[in-house]
Ligand binder design. Structure first.
Ligand SMILES: NC(=O)c1ccc[n+]([C@@H]2O[C@H](COP(=O)([O-])OP(=O)(O)OC[C@H]3O[C@@H](n4cnc5c(N)ncnc54)[C@H](O)[C@@H]3O)[C@@H](O)[C@H]2O)c1
Length: 339
């Protein structure tokens, strides 16, 4: 089955969505329309992709009648846009974070459910090639049952250059970035019983927390340390967006900042260089974003075409969002909190 896709929001990160849908043409995606309130951005995206340009979502929905709408706007706009799309209804993909707060995130999922509309969340970190490799190694039993992990994002990139709105967010690094790492913790280590979190605001120009150090107790009894910051001054720039160490009953996996993976399995050590052949050292972050966004879109498209929920469905993403909320509650209370 083919799906006629429309992308809403043609800002900074949408460039990866537009590239992904263009490349997924062979997989059955037809990018038919793009939309941005800013006509220059909509026009540029249309010129790059050959899709029709719109500045108004209602007009797009009425004229184009897409099968699937990919919402790549900022979180504050997700709920009204989901309401608009669910009223049609049309299949919906929403960028993370679903919403600025838990109540709106739940309303988004409920709105789609009541309208019987497909809803997937664009949660892409679990689909980074390196993370898929780590997941495959765990699933193969190479390290036995995982019982301890450290999952981190610490970049030397100036994130405020592409996303200057970060300065003014009321909740920053846990909601914007920690959400990806908490998702990885769920995927690799299972569901979570408690979250303890300490936050810091290390950059005085930023309104909210820019650093979070979290300790998770998983239902399995495993523990993981999940840490993220926008204030690490580290060069060379990392090839990996996230790096990790996972230990299990029979071995361990270490994925470092430069995409070097070391596996210890039942006393035998091995190494893999996960650097892709077409890696561009001048822009290390771009490769991971491009690859993982395309992989995420491809998987969501397959689920949509099969009439099945995406692995990153609204319901699944609420479980990750609940960890974000628990982390903020813990940072305020000074105690471990249940999601
Ligand atoms: N998954 C990732 O790795 C990743 C990375 C970066 C950003 N993001 C997410 O992508 C989303 C967008 O972030 P960004 O930095 O690209 O934001 P941005 O501000 O650069 O772009 C958003 C665009 O949406 C447009 N827009 C807003 N409301 C609209 C409406 N009603 N109709 C049409 N267009 C509308 C704006 O005009 C703007 O051009 C956020 O949810 C962010 O968290 C995800």
């Amino acid at each position: 089955m083919s799906a006629r896709v429309a992308v809403i929001g043609c800002g900074y990160f949408a460039r990866y969505h537009l590239a992904a849908w263009t490349r997924l043409r062979q997989a059955g995606a037809e990018l038919v329309a793009v939309c941005d309130l800013d006509p220059a951005k909509a026009g540029r995206a249309a010129a790059e992709t050959g899709a029709a340009a719109y500045t108004d979502v209602a007009t797009l929905l009425a004229e184009v009648k897409p099968d699937l709408v990919d919402i790549a706007t900022r979180m504050q706009t997700h709920l009204p846009l989901v309401r608009q799309c669910a009223a049609v209804p049309v299949g919906i993909i929403v960028q993370k974070p679903l919403a600025p707060n838990w109540a709106d995130a739940v309303t988004i999922v409920e709105t789609a459910r009541k309208a019987n509309a497909f809803l997937a969340v664009h949660e892409n970190f679990r689909y980074q090639a390196a993370m898929l490799r780590v997941g495959a190694l765990i699933a193969s039993g190479a390290i036995g049952a995982p019982n301890w992990a450290r999952i981190a994002f610490r970049t030397g990139v100036d994130v405020y250059r592409n996303q200057p709105y970060f300065y003014d967010e009321e909740r920053l690094v846990i909601l914007d970035l920690g959400i990806h790492l908490l998702d990885l913790a769920r995927v690799f280590m299972g569901e979570v019983e408690t979250v303890y979190c300490e936050t810091q605001r290390r950059n005085p120009r930023v309104r909210a927390e820019d650093t979070a150090t979290m300790l998770l107790r998983h239902v399995s009894g495993a523990r993981s340390v999940v840490e993220c910051t926008y204030e690490a001054r580290r060069l060379p720039l990392a090839r990996a967006e996230a790096f990790l160490e996972i230990e299990g009953s029979d071995g361990s996996i270490v994925l470092d900042r430069q995409l070097q993976l070391s596996l210890t399995s039942r006393g035998v050590e091995s190494h893999e260089d996960l650097t892709p052949a077409d890696f561009d050292p001048a822009d290390p972050a771009a490769y991971v974003a491009r690859q993982s966004v395309e992989e995420t879109c491809a998987r969501i498209l397959r689920a949509f075409a099969a009439g099945e929920p995406a692995a990153t469905s609204g319901d699944d993403n609420l479980k990750t969002y609940a960890l974000v909320e628990a982390a903020y509650r813990s940072a305020a209370s000074g105690r471990a909190e249940r999601p």
